[in-house]
Design a protein around this ligand. Sequence first.
Ligand code: T6T
Length: 316
Amino acid sequence: ALLAVGATACSNGDDGSGTKDGGSGKKIKLTLVQGMAGEEFYETMACGARAEAARLGVDLKVQGPQKFDSTLQTPIVNSVVASRPDGLLIAPTDTKALIAPLTQAKAAGIKTILVDTVVDDPNIGLSRISTDNAKGGQAAATALTREIGDKGKVLVISSDPGVSTVDARVQGFEQAVKASHPGVQFVGVQYSHNDVGEASKVMNSALAKNPDLAGVFATNLNSATGAGSALQQAGKLGKVKMIGFDAGPAQVKQLRDGVVQGLIAQLPGEIGAKGVDQAVAAVKHQPVTKSIPTDATIVTKDNLDKPEGQKVLYKA
Ligand code: T6T
């Protein structure tokens, strides 16, 4: 039987052997700071990172804030910096707010790798590993406009402005709709603050304002979960089409239930594993790769149960 890969199925990355840094003889110590703890995207990332850390024999700790919130993530970064790991992998929750704490990490000589999200300062992050989010937003526009027969109003529900990934998805989507779909009207972006209940509320008020809404693009897990359940409760299935970013268990259920027509699945496990590779290379003074794009796959009912769909679903 296949091993069910959840947080508990992940190795802790410590097999006792160990890769030593550039001659000091000590085992390399890395910390991954997630955008949010306990969320399927970042837990799948942690799984990939732990497996790679185990393979390379380096020590990896994983931490993250309870909410996707820079005021909660900043003190975690500060305490990680104080603990002086050799390398830090981080998904910064805000393009500006995390610049100062990450500048401190750099000043402390900690090799910093950005996984998933980035900050606006190009001097932060020896390597940046993420999905091409603008391209993902364009793919969402292509899929959604096709679903709605290339006409009608479309809305975007995102988490928060100032988050590099979702902002790029919004931009990619908006530009593609405006450039290539004259029959489609972009009615704007609403923010869920990465909260399922808030995403439902936002969806409901958008439906009240635009009873003829044809489509929704939800830019991440919680935005999609909340928007989808609001559509379901409002009896809008089949009337309003939806494309979501990410492929956690709740999104997959909504795809099976016909709430959402397509999911843009990322490769969080691969992002985590490559993050570990880059951090270890940096600690060993080996070459690093400045920018590493990872793939995205659109999952629909057609490929959901095929290997290509199954292999990109996130861990529960
Ligand atoms: O979409 C992912 C991630 O790429 C984004 O930066 C934040 O939201 C998620 O974690 C999904 O909720």
